[in-house]
Design a protein around this ligand. Sequence first.
Ligand code: SF4
Length: 704
Amino acid sequence: SDIDTIKTQNTTCPYCGVGCGVKATIKNNKLVAVEGRQDHPANQGRLCVKGSSLHETANLQNRLLSPKINGQTRTWHEALQHVADGFKQIIAEHGPNSVAFYLSGQLLTEDYYVANKLAKGFLGTANIDTNSRLCMASAVVAHKRAFGADAVPGTYEDIDSTDAVFFVGSNAAYAHPIVFQRINKAKQERDIKIVVIDPRRTATCDIADLHLPLKPGTDAYFYNGLLTFLVDQDYLDKTFIAQHTQGFAQSIAAARQQAPDIATVANICDLPEADVRAAYEIFANNSKVVSLFSQGINQSSSGVDKGNAIINCHLATGKIGREGAAPFSITGQPNAMGGREVGGLANQLAAHMSFNDSDIDRLATFWQASNMARQEGLKAVDLFDAIDRGQVKAVWIMGTNPVVSMPNADKVKRALQKCQLVVVSDCNDNTDTGNLADVLLPASTWGEKSGTVTNSDRTISRQQPFFAAPGEAKNDWQIICDFAKYMGFEQAFDFNHPYQIFAEHAALSGYQRQQSYNRAFDISYFANISQAEYENLKPVQWPVNQANPQGSRRLFSDGQFYTANGKAQFVPITARLPSEQARPNEFVMNTGRIRDQWHTMARTGKVARLLTHIAEPFVQINPQDAARLNIAENDLVECQNQGSTYLGRARLTEDQRVGDVFIPMHWNDAFAAHSRVGALVLDNVDPLCGQPEFKHSPARVRKF
Ligand code: SF4
């Protein structure tokens, strides 16, 4: 009608790390349509099935609309006073490390920044970790070891010009659909080579020239074997190695010891020799190779080493810093990288700084911090263990659902039940975690929030609001700033708009850069950004500084890395198998995403259409194993580990290796009983980064 008001707003998809640009159409204050933004470098007009259903999720179903204490509706003042009183008392009695925060890769960078500033600069604790620990902590450490900084070398454009893509531990067809579609387009247009290295045959294999269903957990042996092959067959880029790297001799010695030839690798990885050779030749014979690695590499008790084993092969052949050539960690969450930039992990400080005295002092000065944390905090698994032991007595969980998503999730549940003060800020009511909270704080969500996110290729994009938050919901950065005032820190948290937080974050990135060598994360160009410039910020890849005001697409093109001497570091890898092997009567249980759901289904579970792809929790099993256990298609199957039970429908498929089962990560108690697979996942972690081994837990399986 002629009184309809229709407007459009550019924003960014809140789901995966691809970070697609979205154009939202709002009619009469209601989101009625979404489409992909042509002008966004991540997606160039495309959206996947999750992104294209965003308008169907923007409703008030299950929203938390007001603060609550012990289930009773309260005012914001009452709720924040209650939390502040609790935090103050616990800190006074037990010290700052008796409180903790657990954040989320769903938060915007500005939310993350103020939460970290509060905890590390003013409460005096670095007990602030995030569900990004479950996602990319391995890649962070691998990058730091190899490049001297947590910097992803490539850009999505490299996909458009590469000659070969290796998907390693990645089902991008489901987990990063728009990147997958882009690769598929390159395959159709230029017949690039596609290799998938994954124990499971996934939808990603539909476009593969070669699928290597290796034995779970043997990836680093495979890549040590590739390094040996590159040396023995004379495929090295000796000039690049000599001029731009160090540590090659030690790395090849370590690789050769474990993986002296293809026959040995094929035996360890349980693959045909011919297929191993074919994959190695594809890597060696194409100068432009992109290795996309994801959770199959990261979620491992040796994920850092696996990442470095891949990077070693790129360094050995100079396949880095060049068009179409990169080792490329693809992150799970929309803002996993933004969190890393603001020090969103318990062992990091803001702007990629570390817990060394000079960085701590530098940050304390910049923040005028009254109580700067001087030691690393507890990483996710250790943090919930400390809650379980009663050592951490208050925890504030923001925008995530650890009772579903953490490994050993029943232990996490028990820990929160015992914890003295559990605060949960979330947009949703009745989550598995929120149901254990003493204090619930209503947060705004996508479509209401304003801020920035950073995707897998370092592109910073704006998320824009197009309607007001419902009820009494507030933005996460506002909740933290308000809380900081109740704690007595008015001055340092006197932010009225997210652009001010972004500007401070940008200024800090320049501040620390002037005073120390070669840090990668630099967005100092935005240190004086105005509100209007922030509102109109175009997608831009960091570093963004006076030398590169348009941002930086590909890193390391000049052969200079972020290490002290500018050389990339080969890391000698001694491959290890997963920390716990399945016994003869057990299966190896793998977990992961399905195409149409996101995380614990808080948003995508609202859309009936998205449940038509896969409607129920399932257990994917090889027909040979199913026959042995008398399991038929669609039978209910029970899986057990560490005293916890998961129930799902049997899906029989040759895509699954004999002896392995696959279970989706999404379902939870809100949807079906005994469907939290996290309860069965061991909480073994990589000792270098604390990332849990979600891809390899033993499980007993039987017909229910
Ligand atoms: Fe959203 Fe990821 Fe799909 Fe892009 S690929 S539309 S970011 S879920």
